[in-house]
Design a protein around this ligand. Sequence first.
Ligand SMILES: C[S@@+](CC[C@H](N)C(=O)[O-])C[C@H]1O[C@@H](n2cnc3c(N)ncnc32)[C@H](O)[C@@H]1O
Length: 649
Amino acid sequence: MTKPGEEITKFDLQSQDTLDTRRQELLRLFPEVHTESGEINFDALRSSLGDAVNVGPEGFGMSWPGKTECSRVIQRQSIATLLPVIDESVNWDTTENVIIEGDNLEVLKVLQKAYLGKVKMIYIDPPYNTGSDFIYPDNYTESLKTYLHYTGQVDDEGRRFSTSTESSGRFHSKWLNMMYPRLSLARDLLTDDGVIFVSIDDHELPHLLKLMDEIFGSEDRLGTITVVSNWKGRSDAHGIASANDYVIAYAKSSFESFGMEVSDEIRATYKFFDEEKKELYRLLPLRKSGTNSRKEDRPNMFYPLFVDPETRKVSVTKTKGSVEVLPMFPDGREGRWRWGKETAQEKSELLQGVSISGRGWDVHARDYLGGEGAERRTAVKSVWIDPKFSSDAGTYQVKELLGPNIFDFPKPIGLIEQMLSMSTSKNDLVMDFFAGSGSLAHAVMSQNRKDGGRRRFILVQLPEPTLEDSAAFKSGLKTISSITRIRVARAANDLASKNENTLDEDLQSEFDDGFRSFRLSESNFAAWDAGAIEGDEKKLEQQLFSQVEHVLPGRTNQDILFELMLKSRYQLTTPVESVMVGKCEVWKVAAGEMVAVMDSGLTVEVIREIASWKPTSVVVLDRCFVGDDSLKANARKIFEDSKVDLKTV
Ligand SMILES: C[S@@+](CC[C@H](N)C(=O)[O-])C[C@H]1O[C@@H](n2cnc3c(N)ncnc32)[C@H](O)[C@@H]1O
């Protein structure tokens, strides 16, 4: 017989094991390389890959000081958590949006379990490394500790954290070391058909492209978009005044673009209206222009078409009274049609004779806009020029909501809306982990109001302090994360008030104008720090002592619940309900799929009642057993009999 209390599995407080995720992925693709002990047989892998293996000494790739350490950073698991901050949230009970205050490296790790493969689109606008921006001082071995120091605003030696300057050494490497682990973890969060967009300028564009080629694969590079952000050119430029920055886009693996809306100018060229089809259309010459447009380029596309002068109908065969038309240039040279003869026959109802003064008849093809009032999409182009993409637009949008000079260089929401519209459907989850003033959230809410969508967002922003002489600090906004929250809340109100008269009330109430606010913190549980205690008797004693009551002082049941949820793969907006069973408060997550018990009142009857709900898993804090080993043994037995997975923490 098992001893009381034995065999209850311990709850895993660590973040996703990324190394294991990737190992599993490899084993899924190459099951034949599986060794008996569950490891990878490299010789087998090499032979499975055949010619695709490059065993030569000279690889094509990028290397920089610190790169090897980056891989370790990615693999190192986190035991941090996210604490709910209800009084800084808006519509806590109903919203599905999330704003997290914290260092994004640690946060990306904490989110791995719950959001792996769940995010459709990520947009980030990281520091451009211009020499005057703040680069987060990752300490690889103790990134959470660095963060906690950081939020105290001093480093280990008591110095203030500072900006990275060209002269501060390893300038580009520092930036790459900051970006590599974050982008790599971000890729894991994307859905297979997901996409990431990254804003950048000339300072790091070449490095970033190589870095992303390495993380995402060059075959998944979708392109580099030049965004004209400042027509006048930057005044601080030495050499060529840059008038643009870039957005680079990479797919996770199977992304398909929804294209972009045609501009108002192009829309205006659809001048004709087809009464029958109720569609706008324009007429485009059927004769090819530009390159490869001569007869000798495609001789089979030089053939006669026949126009009926009465009806303007076109056919490939001669009809009574019709006029023969050949694809001729105005100067008399022989050209060619855009369509072959077969296509012209198939689509002859789209063809129309057009009389050109002094030159007789020509043939044009109808190009429809796609239904009256319908939006027609075209392929996304690599240059984006429009006042709505300018940095002035971004500055104006934040000024309208928060006053002047609160945040430097916010991205215009028009730019982000364009990315949302080409990459997301109405229910997708999107993310920005360099959130700044929260422009992504503003764009999501604006886009949702335009198309009735329910896209949800996750923002992550460091509590970077604002400078004491800044307008933000003077108006009480002492950190950038406080700017993020207030901007998003005000943007929601602003959009609601603008829409007030145009939408019916039902639709108004459907929009998600809120967000849940969370703060990165160390785990609620004083965990074993195996590395630290090795050979240190005193620390071992302290750790043993700390296990007696292992919940950190001041932590609430809500705090603990969110840690249990996140680490059991439940998202931060999963519905939660607390019910009393006898004298015990029991938490039901996702309509009772998971049940958590954190406080006193646990009895055999309570355990039986919970088991009767048939949850998938139950997590019970050790303290609930109040040292009663037979209660523990009963819990193990009852849940085992009901096939419920029980864990303690
Ligand atoms: C260029 S700004 C983003 C601006 C934003 N796109 C907007 O429209 O307002 C970059 C932001 O990333 C934040 N940041 C830098 N390092 C970070 C880190 N390690 N974790 C989270 N945020 C970070 C900075 O505080 C800054 O607000």
